[in-house]
Structure formats: structure tokens, C-alpha cells
Design a protein around this ligand. Structure first.
Ligand SMILES: CC(C)(COP(=O)(O)OP(=O)(O)OC[C@H]1O[C@@H](n2cnc3c(N)ncnc32)[C@H](O)[C@@H]1OP(=O)(O)O)[C@@H](O)C(=O)NCCC(=O)NCCS
Length: 200
């Protein structure tokens, strides 16, 4: 199946596709310098840039073809606190790239990890991926810690491998395989649900 059965519910979160009504919530974090600090694109977004971003994300509700991005709004009683995404990088290799961005007001409670875990779980156990990887700027320690919490292995530390705001930047690459995901002892970040055993 190319999309999750919406909504995805975890212990503390609801994940569902973005809608245009989410613009205020999304702009609240896309407009912050601290949120975009380690992202490749230029500075904080204006409201109009956020609107264009939300419009684009509303179409990202399924992985239908290689290159597609599945973006899910992460919702609590406070509204949309961030997004998690999977980009289908290779059909042949059953590989996708994980991404996430959250409002700092809701950081430090494991919510981003919980949301990312739910999406990774869908990617492996429902969509049938073999490998999920993620990348971050070498100084984006919060992102690197999140990947490690998910159980991803650091596979690479590329030195000065890309241009970032006019200078060379290091990049970390983390990854996890379907078998590794399923063999994790307890999926605590999704509320204690153990890994499912559906074969690929
Ligand atoms: C990357 C990002 C999502 C991480 O946010 P975060 O708040 O650190 O992540 P979580 O919500 O999973 O919270 C984890 C933190 O809460 C703590 N925590 C508290 N309760 C927890 C729980 N029940 N479960 C897990 N962690 C918990 C963890 O110890 C961790 O803190 P630490 O990293 O200081 O050890 C956030 O920094 C962000 O959105 N950054 C801007 C966008 C960005 O850079 N995205 C990545 C691009 S590569």
C-alpha cells in the first residue's frame, strides 16, 4: 500500500497528511531561525514561503513512485508541532530517506522520536522497505541523537562533503535495515508496541 491508514496514532501523537488549515502552526516553526539553523536551504521562511511549502506538502500523502515524499503532520492538543517525512529514494533497493522538523516548544520530550518511529514502522512493516537512512549536518547534534535513539547506525561521517551557506560542511549518515528494526527489543517510542513480524 502506498500510504498509511490515516490517522496513525501513537501513545501521545496523531500523524496525518498536512492540510492548508495547518499553515499557522507550520509557519510558527518554519519562521524560526533556530529551527532552520542546520537545514541547507536559506534562512527562516516568510509566511508566504510557508504557505507555498504547506501547499506542496498537502500533495505528499502517499509514496506512489520513486522520488515521492510522504509528509505527515504530527499533531497534539497544541496543534501541529512538526512534520516527519519519508522520501522514496529507490524502488529497486527499497530504500527511503527519513526527515523531521519540529517546533522547539515541544522538544525534549521524545515526541519527534515517537513520530519518526511510527513512520519508520510503517515504512518497514507496511510499505515493505529494506533500508531507511537519514542525513544531517555534522553539527546538528539533536538530529544525530534522534537517529541514534531510533536505533539507526552511524554509517558515515563525510568530511566537508557539501556546500552549506557558503562553506564546506561535514555530513553524518545514519541507517537502519528492516531486520534490525524488527529485532529491536521494545519499540518504547511508539508506546510499548513490539515490532511486528510481517515478512517482507
Ligand atoms: C531534530 C529535532 C526534531 C530533535 O528534537 P528533540 O526535541 O531533541 O527530539 P525529541 O522530541 O525526540 O526529544 C528527545 C529529547 O527528549 C528527551 N526525552 C524526554 N522524554 C523522552 C521520551 N519519553 N522518549 C525519548 N526521549 C525523551 C531525550 O533524552 C532527548 O533529549 P537529549 O537529546 O538532550 O538527550 C529538533 O531539534 C528539530 O526539529 N530541529 C530543527 C530541524 C532539523 O534540524 N531537522 C533535522 C534535519 S537533518
Amino acid at each position: 500500500m502506498s500510504q498509511p491508514a490515516y490517522p496513525i496514532r501513537t501513545a501521545r501523537l496523531t500523524l496525518r497528511p498536512i492540510t492548508l488549515d495547518d499553515l499557522d502552526d507550520v509557519y510558527a516553526y518554519q519562521g524560526r531561525a533556530d529551527v532552520v539553523r542546520w537545514l541547507r536551504e536559506a534562512g527562516p521562511r516568510t509566511r508566504e514561503e510557508s504557505r507555498a511549502s504547506v501547499v506542496a506538502m498537502t500533495g505528499e500523502d502517499a509514496l506512489r513512485a520513486e522520488g515521492d515524499c510522504l509528509t505527515l503532520a504530527v499533531v497534539t492538543d497544541a496543534g501541529v508541532i512538526g512534520t516527519v517525512e519519508l522520501v522514496w529514494r529507490s524502488v529497486a533497493d527499497r530504500t527511503a530517506e527519513l526527515g523531521y522538523i519540529f517546533h522547539p516548544d515541544h522538544g525534549g520530550r521524545g515526541l519527534a522520536t515517537e513520530a519518526a518511529a511510527a513512520l519508520v514502522d510503517w515504512g518497514f512493516n507496511e510499505f515493505g522497505l529494506h533500508r531507511i537512512y537519514a542525513r544531517c549536518h555534522g553539527r546538528n547534534t539533536a538530529s544525530a541523537r534522534l537517529m541514534a535513539r531510533l536505533g539507526m547506525r552511524q554509517e558515515a561521517h563525510h568530511l566537508q562533503s557539501y556546500r552549506y551557506r557558503g562553506e564546506w560542511a561535514d555530513q553524518f549518515v545514519f541507517a537502519i535495515l528492516a531486520d534490525e528494526w524488527r529485532s529491536r527489543a521494545v519499540t518504547t517510542v511508539t508506546g510499548g508496541r513490539g515490532p511486528r513480524t510481517r515478512s517482507e
